[in-house]
Design a protein around this ligand. Structure first.
Ligand code: UGA
Length: 434
């Protein structure tokens, strides 16, 4: 931490995947931060200096900030905003029944803080919200003399702290560019370019980013499927594409489908929004449909390799989270594929380093959770590697083969070396690999 002379009084509302990294990094930059968290379990952990989410580097920064007094944890949002010059809204915007973004939490917080906001406070909307939400929050809070700006987040789970410390850009949308500049100044230490625009455009940038990333992945996965049909090798194909700087290597890795708490929800909300205004966003609809089909292809691949049927088959699963480096299983392709295997009659033993044995979580109903990667192999007809946890690539595959009923692996993350695995007697199939 160092002083820039621009230290501000900041309140962050919501201590989840966005709010907590944002709060600890703003405190690290030297700002005076209050973090409000309403959930009693999360609150208790935060007060003890423990992170309620699995996120690299968060707990260290949380401990430092609490020790230095740059961060205070509060229960009540209304109380936490009293002295704040900037109030960051980092509350969930889950997917509503019709695919739109549910703004219940955003509206509730705006109501809660409207009477205690300090006049002239700037409300910074970091939650992913549909175009027009800044205006909605402003309507609720305008009597307090507060202004609302939009500052979308581009943090990835698992690297949210690194992404906050070294962002590629800061986007701030405001009616008055001077307010946008003030928010941009909070992140001056990052040296990132600040894109100042209106609130509507800032909100649209967030959805456009996630929709682009999702579409890129659907394109990659569709190419991988095509590779299987025409006998091409996706690894070489992606190398051939990625070296073109206009395409690049990032987000070019085929997998079981894209998931998580953001890409599925945001693509669906953008599509819903487009439909509302009569815009036929066929490209995005296609990307979403491709992702659905792609997950089903993985299920069918496991079924084919397990002798044509899943009914009564013992299948082992490695990985349940939506990607490695997080304990998040929201809209996880790994969990979804595993559920479909169970629905088709398979007896599934699954291992994930973040999922404890005996969990009663409803998304895991019917799945036997085992404590080690090797346990998942016992008696299995097929192993499906669904999340790219590093430990799976370094397993002893001679031991794996000895534990399985038949040595067959579906590597839906393309992380194993096909030549090595096949030399040990395995039938190996990746995604689009020869
Ligand atoms: C995503 C965006 O990457 C962030 O920029 C954004 O801020 C965030 O959503 C958000 O809106 O909050 P995240 O949900 O953490 O971040 O996940 P990603 O790392 O983007 O991965 C999304 C999915 O794509 C995962 O299922 C992942 O396994 C898959 N993926 C990603 C691939 O299959 N291949 C790749 O090459 C990259």
């Amino acid at each position: 931490m160092s002083s820039t002379g621009n230290e501000a009084k900041v309140t962050v509302i919501g201590g989840g995947h966005v709010g907590l990294p944002t709060a600890v990094v703003l405190a690290h930059f030297g700002h005076e931060v209050v973090l409000a968290e309403s959930d009693p379990v999360r609150l208790k952990m935060l007060l003890r200096g423990e992170s309620p989410i699995v996120e690299a580097g968060v707990e260290e920064l949380l401990g430092d900030a609490l020790r230095l007094g740059t961060l205070r944890i509060a229960h009540s949002a209304a109380e936490a905003v009293r002295n704040a010059e900037f109030v960051f809204l980092c509350v969930p915007t889950p997917q509503g029944i019709d695919g739109s973004a549910d703004l219940t939490f955003v509206e509730a917080v705006a109501e809660e803080i409207k009477t205690t906001l300090r006049p002239g406070a700037i409300i910074v909307n970091k939650s992913t919200v549909p175009v027009g939400t800044a205006a909605l929050v402003e309507r609720v809070t305008q009597r307090a003399g507060a202004t609302v700006v939009s500052n979308p987040e581009f943090l990835r789970e698992g690297s949210a702290v690194a992404d906050s410390l070294h962002p590629e850009r800061i986007v701030v949308g405001a009616d008055d560019p001077a307010d946008a500049q003030k928010v941009g100044q909070l992140f001056a230490m990052t040296g990132a370019p600040v894109i100042v625009t209106d609130t509507t455009t800032a909100e649209a940038i967030k959805y456009a980013s996630n929709a682009y990333l999702a579409t890129k992945l659907s394109f990659v996965n569709a190419l991988a499927d095509l590779c299987e049909t025409v006998g091409a090798n996706v690894d070489d194909l992606m190398a051939g594409l990625g070296h073109d700087k206009r395409i690049g290597f990032e987000f070019l890795h085929p997998g079981p489908g894209w998931g998580g708490s953001c890409l599925p929800k945001d693509t669906s909300a953008l599509l819903h929004r487009a439909e509302l205004v009569g815009h036929d966003f066929a490209l995005l609809r296609g990307a979403i449909a491709q992702n659905e089909d792609h997950m089903e292809r993985v299920v069918q691949k496991v079924a084919r390799l397990s002798g044509g049927t899943l009914d009564g088959a013992s299948i082992g699963v490695w990985g349940l989270t939506f990607k490695a480096g997080t304990d998040d299983r929201r809209a996880s392709p790994a969990t979804e594929i595993t559920r479909r295997l169970v629905q088709a009659g398979a007896r599934v033993s699954a291992y994930d380093p973040t999922v404890p044995r005996g969990t009663g979580d409803s998304d895991l109903a019917g799945i036997t959770i085992v404590p080690t990667a090797y346990e998942a192999c016992r008696g299995a007809r097929v192993m499906a590697l669904l999340t790219e946890w590093g430990e799976f690539a370094s397993l002893d595959f001679t031991k794996v083969a000895a534990l399985m009923a038949t040595p067959i692996v579906v590597d839906a993350r393309n992380v194993l070396d096909p030549t090595t695995i096949r030399s040990l007697g395995f039938i190996y199939e990746g995604i689009g690999r020869k």
